[in-house]
Design a protein around this ligand. Structure first.
Ligand code: CA
Length: 225
């Protein structure tokens, strides 16, 4: 569930009080968020994987924006609006929106809807190259770059490999033997203390020791809040 390619979200919302916390929360979830305030900017935007579209915009009616985007793209659109009546709900979906949320809505509800529409619409990305985002930590396997809350951290080769092994299936317990085999050597018979040392330094660099949980006597796993 936490292992997914980075999704580029275009947040189309003129209300700062709604947009700012929403953008922060979504970035925290691993989404790449670009925010625009007008329908014109929404229509002009490129490289978008998912639209979060407020219907009440200052320039163009959000329904026209929705129609315009849908006319040339199959990218998922989730309409967000204060207009909650059934007629508008139907109109929103008839315009080609994939889903519809009425303000006020819960953040978890929004994320659940986003995952659902992304699952329905997107073919699975190549897991080898996909950016992995777990609880504020982003790992780009292509560049071996690791970001913690947006700031790059420098890991040694072993620390990086160790993190990747855990991040490949967040929440799953990886045994000490599995880690030693994959990160060190298929025939590692040396002291496994070296693993503890690397876990300790990795925890320190990630800034939050709790990110990597110790399963006593078994191994480790990456926390998935
Ligand atoms: Ca608005």
């Amino acid at each position: 569930m936490w292992h997914r390619p980075c999704v580029r979200v275009l947040l189309v919302e003129d209300d700062d009080a709604i947009a700012a916390p929403l953008a922060t929360g979504l970035e925290r979830e691993g989404y790449e968020v670009t925010r625009v305030r007008t329908g014109a900017d929404a229509v002009a935007a490129t490289r978008v994987d998912l639209y979060l579209l407020d219907l009440g915009l200052p320039d163009i009616d959000g329904r026209d924006v929705c129609r315009e985007i849908r006319g040339r793209s199959t990218v998922p659109i989730i309409v967000i609006t204060a207009r909650g009546d059934e007629v508008d709900r139907v109109v929103g979906l008839e315009l080609g929106a994939d889903d519809y949320l009425v303000k006020p809505f819960g953040f978890r509800e929004l994320v659940a809807r986003m995952r659902a529409v992304a699952r329905r619409s997107a073919p699975a990305a190549d897991p080898i190259d996909a950016v992995i985002a777990v609880d504020g930590v982003r790992i780009d396997p292509r560049t071996r770059q690791v970001l913690v809350d947006g700031a790059e951290v420098t890991l040694t080769r072993k620390e990086y490999d160790l993190l990747l092994v855990l991040a490949e299936d967040p929440g799953a317990v990886v045994t000490r033997a599995q880690i030693l085999e994959q990160v060190w050597d298929p025939h590692w018979y040396g002291p496994s203390k070296t693993l503890d040392v690397h876990v300790a330094s990795l925890r320190k660099k990630l800034g939050d020791p709790e990110v990597i949980e110790t399963i006593r006597g078994v191994g480790y796993r990456l926390r998935t809040t």
